[in-house]
Design a protein around this ligand. Structure first.
Ligand SMILES: [Zn+2]
Ligand SMILES: [Zn+2]
Length: 352
């Protein structure tokens, strides 16, 4: 049988499959790319051809313009696409709208490239489906025992409790513009909150795309630049405003009366990070698997070999060794710029 490292090769551009001449989530322009999801560290513009789910293609077109690739092809969930001698199948990853794992199969050897994923229920995307495989390729953003995410519903309740407690203050919640912001809105709705939710302009387009895909988020209103003058500083008292993380600390947030600043991220587990960012109300809500879910997933897919793309690769590889699995850090460069891998959240990305 062929070796896994002949079917998929880690290269500076990303994972490369020579038998199909494609890259998965390439970090630089390539002839043919298969893309797991729309976050900008995985989905980049300028490839010759892109194969991805319809939602991921829509997200890329929204952010980069319709000319983001030479040609595009939709990967229907569960459907197999043969390229060269290799079969590729997109299976839900539970990370953000349209996110997929890519199952790579050739002559009985099966490798799963999971992209970014989580196991906790998310009302805005299809749940992660474990696929039994020989090699499982995983991220390890939160691959340390300190990272254990509490239920997102409990964190959402903290936000709503605070809103009730401080009805005269505006709650400004930092959340990544693709995925986290919409998930947070959906969680707030599930908790029974019915008032309008206000959003920063950088969150607007993706939110509209989610709504167009049939995800109910209720009454969502964009804050216009003139709102402060028009309505005065009292206008947003008692309301919830969702913005990209970078906007929490900048001038933009100063229009709100005595704001409570919150930030929804797996990094909020680390108190020092919250303090350092001036976050008063840390909400531990993550779109990545935590330490327990990384382990549970690795056991579930029954792979003998675990390749680790980014994050706490050494720690997770070490754990693999302790349970008799071969864990291999790939040291892929270029991932972790969006989503949650960096708590900073770049303004340029947020407005994309
Ligand atoms: Zn991601
Ligand atoms: Zn990522």
């Amino acid at each position: 049988m062929m070796k896994p490292s002949d079917l998929l090769i880690p290269t500076p551009a990303g994972l490369y499959c020579p038998l199909a001449d494609i890259h998965i989530d390439p970090v630089r322009p390539v002839a043919r790319a298969l893309i797991t999801h729309g976050h900008s560290d995985h989905a980049r513009a300028g490839h010759g051809a892109v194969l991805a789910t319809s939602e991921t293609l829509a997200i890329m077109a929204l952010r980069y313009g319709e000319a983001f690739t030479g040609s595009r092809q939709v990967a229907a969930p569960g459907e197999t696409t043969r390229i060269g001698e290799v079969d590729f199948r997109f299976v839900p990853a539970g990370h953000v709208l349209g996110s997929a794992q890519i199952v790579v199969e050739h002559k009985g050897l099966r490798i799963v490239v999971s992209g970014d994923y989580k196991r906790e229920r998310d009302p805005t995307c299809a749940p992660f489906e474990p696929v039994i495989c020989d090699v499982f390729i995983t991220e390890a953003t939160f691959g340390l025992p300190v990272f254990r995410h509490p239920p997102a519903s409990a964190e959402t309740a903290k936000l709503l409790d605070s809103v009730r407690l401080f009805p005269e203050r505006t709650h400004i919640v930092g959340a990544y513009s693709l995925g986290k912001a919409q998930r947070l809105m959906a969680l707030i709705r599930e908790a029974g909150y019915e008032r309008p939710l206000f959003i920063h302009g950088a969150v607007e387009k993706i939110t509209e795309l989610y709504q167009a895909e049939g995800i109910p988020l209720g009454d969502v209103r964009k804050i216009e630049p003139g709102d402060r003058k028009a309505e005065g500083r009292k206008a947003f008292a008692g309301e919830i405003v969702i913005c990209p993380p970078s906007a929490i600390q900048d001038l933009w947030s100063r229009r709100f009366p005595d704001p409570v600043t919150a930030f929804a991220s797996g990094w909020m587990r680390i108190r020092a990070r919250a303090r350092q960012k001036g976050v008063e109300l840390p909400l531990i809500i993550s779109d990545h698997a935590d330490w327990d879910d990384l382990q549970a997933t690795i056991r579930e897919v029954q792979a003998g070999e675990i390749w680790i793309t980014h994050g706490e690769a050494e720690a997770l590889a070490h754990w693999c060794g302790t349970v008799g699995l071969k864990g291999m850090p790939l040291h892929l460069v270029g991932y972790g710029d969006e989503g949650e891998a960096e708590p900073e959240g770049k303004p340029a990305e947020a407005s994309a």
